[in-house]
Design a protein around this ligand. Structure first.
Ligand code: NAD
Length: 353
């Protein structure tokens, strides 16, 4: 059997401090006989020396382009624009199967080079459940930011931090008023994270999932001070909130955090805003009197890069150890082939960019 060669690349986005493989798990790969190469990366939360110490070879950032054939390149987010032809197998979040901007162009690069995109979003078990995801920390941060905003303690711009530091800011102080909170999608990964952050903040939230929203009680929803939406909608449903609900004189809701961030999509359950918020300005006022603030940040786990990377890597490791044999990879490859086939036989055409 040939030796598996895995190559952890540098992330091109300068604010991205997370990684899909942490040094402790890198050690497990090396110990199991995987040849591991790790690119230098100034912003990665773990120094490259920590990978070197567990047996990885260190190479310059971006040198995966000249990695030997057969190397599997592991990353997190987008590839750089060059080279035009992608020859390797790439494991990362490609965001290329839902007609996203640039998706067809990316698939054409793979088609031209004979490489493949093994998209982490489509790494699922035989019942279609995601095997590695960042959702827990998205929910944790969503609820944490909502509590801080509600208590007047959210400072901008947001900066990456660690859980202990964040938790210190969450603990209730003398004089803090009790707040009522609602988590929708409470049984999912993000929902569990949101509940954990509320617990740290001394808040016992109302928890709704599918059963509780089937016959939606908007008055009850509006009766909470804070709401965190963490649902994963798969088909269009009536919105949880409409414009007119924000003007309901009985509204107690003051802080709305949309972890789901499906803004602009037909699946959006909160069509009361038209653009996400950013690290520079995390909360936006939707109503003045009484106030209603929105937090809708679409890269929440990046704010806790160490913890979110460690959890993700722990989930991914068993799959990397079984790269050739675990059926999840065949499902992933089948999904890629299906998307590539949508481009047409010559790799041309397909969806508009
Ligand atoms: N903002 C970010 O940075 C960020 C990061 C990661 C994930 N997300 C998003 O967060 C959302 C949740 O992700 P997840 O990993 O927790 O998903 P998940 O599948 O683990 O959980 C989703 C939950 O929503 C529930 N749900 C679905 N439809 C519902 C409805 N109509 N009413 C009530 N509950 C409903 C499900 O039963 C499930 O418990 C996804 O949309 C995901 O894309 C956002």
């Amino acid at each position: 059997m040939t030796e598996r060669h895995l190559w952890l690349r540098h992330e091109v986005r300068s604010t991205e401090r997370r990684t899909t493989l942490v040094p402790d798990d890198a050690r497990r790969l090396v110990d199991s006989g995987v040849r591991l190469t790790v690119e230098e990366s100034p912003q990665r939360i773990f120094p490259v020396a920590a990978y070197e110490a567990v047996g990885a070879r260190v190479v310059p950032a971006g040198s995966w382009t000249s990695a030997p054939p057969g190397t599997v390149v592991l990353g997190l987010k987008e590839l750089p624009d060059e080279p035009a032809e992608l020859t390797h197998h790439h494991v990362y979040f490609g965001h290329a199967y839902k007609e996203q901007p640039g998706a067809a162009h990316l698939l054409r690069r793979f088609a031209a080079g004979g490489g493949a995109l093994l998209d982490l979003e489509y790494l699922v078990d035989d019942e279609g459940r995601r095997l590695a995801a960042f959702g827990y920390w998205a929910g944790y941060l969503g609820a944490a930011l909502a509590v801080l905003q509600h208590r007047g303690r959210l400072t901008a711009p947001l900066r990456p931090t660690d859980k202990d530091t964040l938790d210190e800011t969450l603990r209730p102080l003398p004089g803090d008023e009790d707040l009522t909170a609602l988590v929708v999608g409470a049984l999912g990964r993000s929902g569990r994270g949101a509940r954990a952050a509320f617990a740290t903040a001394g808040v016992d939230p109302t928890c709704w999932d599918l059963a509780e929203t089937r016959d939606l009680d908007r008055a009850a929803l509006l009766g909470h001070d804070v709401m965190v939406n963490a649902v994963l909608a798969t088909s269009p449903i009536p919105p949880f909130l409409r414009e007119q609900d924000l003007d309901d004189p009985a509204r107690r809701l003051r802080t709305l955090c949309d972890v789901t961030c499906d803004v602009g999509s037909p699946l959006n359950v909160l069509p009361v805003y038209d653009r996400t918020t950013e690290w520079t300005e995390p909360a936006r006022r939707l109503r003045k009197e009484p106030p209603l603030d929105l937090i809708a940040i679409d890269n929440l786990p990046s704010l806790l890069p160490r913890e979110s990377s460690a959890d993700f890597s722990r989930a991914l490791l068993p799959l990397l150890l079984e790269y050739d044999v675990n059926p999840a990879w065949s499902r992933c490859m089948a999904r890629f082939r299906q998307a590539r086939a949508g481009l047409g036989p010559d790799g041309e055409g397909g969806h508009r960019d």
